[in-house]
Design a binder for this molecule. Structure first.
Ligand SMILES: Cc1cc2nc3c(=O)[nH]c(=O)nc-3n(C[C@H](O)[C@H](O)[C@H](O)COP(=O)(O)OP(=O)(O)OC[C@H]3O[C@@H](n4cnc5c(N)ncnc54)[C@H](O)[C@@H]3O)c2cc1C
Length: 246
């Protein structure tokens, strides 16, 4: 039976279209903007940490729908935030970067199944670039719920100024003994912290590897490299979850 033929199909649909207004837009690193969208018309957006929105981008007389992970905690139903990397020659990322406070846009949300599961296990989050966006939502969600699980974030970029939400991670780890993070930079020769790719850092950072749940987010090459590494380390594939951005 198709959705249209299903009685009460509208009620069953978990996503909706929202009218939004930009209430904040901040360049948080060179090339990355954190933008807050307030939901208009008294509607509420109920989503699970890790889900994404499809932003409606006007382009050449048509609407392009482009996916972005929600970077804010699901505890806020009246607004959400995105972290968007400006892609060279990119249509949607440039459009979103040009939005000003007061601008209006539409989005469809919430979408996707990249959400936390089996919250009885410790969790390891591995990202590069703006792939860290859904982990801001997931980690904030877990901390707000007062989780007793250990949360490990392995976050990679090229250069130190690129690290997205760096100060937030540092402050949250200070305030929450169960949140541990490792930043690793692949090209920054002046950086005195960890150097190299995220997949090289898992063994040294995460204790009792096989007992954790893994969440990986970012570009395809990194996800493949991390997934291969985890499988080689003996992590059961059921404990590995990922979201590909390309
Ligand atoms: C589920 C999901 C969630 C996502 N969440 C986020 C998010 O939170 N933040 C975010 O910044 N992006 C996110 N993305 C990526 C986003 O959807 C777009 O692909 C990205 O912003 C580029 O779109 P664009 O229209 O600017 O570029 P396009 O006009 O589509 O492409 C321009 C050029 O850039 C290349 N390109 C496309 N995407 C990328 C990329 N990510 N990096 C480098 N080169 C690229 C293309 O091959 C093309 O040559 C997500 C993708 C998915 C599928």
């Amino acid at each position: 039976m198709t959705e249209a033929a299903t009685p009460n199909a509208e009620k069953k649909r978990s996503f909706d279209t929202y009218d939004l207004v930009v209430t904040e837009s901040v360049e948080i690193t060179p090339g990355n903007k954190n933008t807050r969208f307030d939901i208009q018309g008294g509607k509420k957006l109920l989503f699970k940490a890790g889900q994404f929105a499809q932003m409606f981008i006007p382009h050449e007389g048509k609407i392009r729908r482009t996916s972005y992970s929600i970077a804010s905690s699901p505890r806020h139903a009246d607004h959400f935030e995105l972290c968007v990397t400006l892609v060279k020659g990119g249509v949607s990322s440039a459009y979103l970067h040009n939005l000003k406070v007061g601008d209006k846009i539409q989005a469809m949300a919430p979408l996707g199944t990249f959400v936390l599961r089996d919250e009885t296990r410790d969790m390891v989050f591995i990202a590069t670039g703006s792939g860290v966006a859904p982990f801001r939502s997931m980690i904030n969600d877990q901390l707000e719920k007062g989780t007793k699980r250990n949360l490990f974030l392995i976050y990679g970029h090229r250069y130190e100024p690129d690290l997205v939400y760096r100060w937030e991670w540092e402050e949250k780890a200070k305030a929450n003994a169960n949140l541990k993070f490792l930043f690793t930079l692949s090209r920054d020769t002046a950086w005195t912290g960890e150097r190299g790719y995220v997949q090289e850092k898992i063994e040294g950072f995460v204790p009792d590897l096989k007992a954790k749940n893994y969440f990986i987010c970012g570009l395809n090459n990194m996800i493949t490299a991390v997934n291969d590494k985890l499988l080689a380390l003996g992590v059961p594939k059921e404990q590995i979850h990922f979201e590909r951005y390309d």
